[in-house]
Write a new protein. Sequence first.
Length: 97
Amino acid sequence: MSSYDALAAGYDSLMTDVGYKKRADWLMRQFRKSGVPVRRVLDLACGTGTMACLLARRGYQVTATDGSEEMLTQAMAKAADLESPPLFLHQAMPRLR
C-alpha cells in the first residue's frame, strides 16, 4: 500500500482550497488560445479525479491515470453520475503506456 492509498479517503477534505473550477476555467482559456481544437485531455496523477470530472462535464474526452488504486476508486465513485465519465487507468507516470 502506498501513502496515497492510505490518504485517498480523506484527500478531498484536505484539498478544499485548491480552486479546481478556477483551474479548469484557466485550462479552457489556454486550450482556446492555442488555436488547436482540444477535444481529448490526459490527466496524469489525477488523484481522486476532481479535475478529470470537471473537464468531462465540460465536454472533453478525458483519460485520467494515477498510480494509486484507492485514489482511482474515489475518482470512479465521483464520476459515476457523469454521462461521459473519464476513462480511469491505474498507471504510474514512469510506466505510462
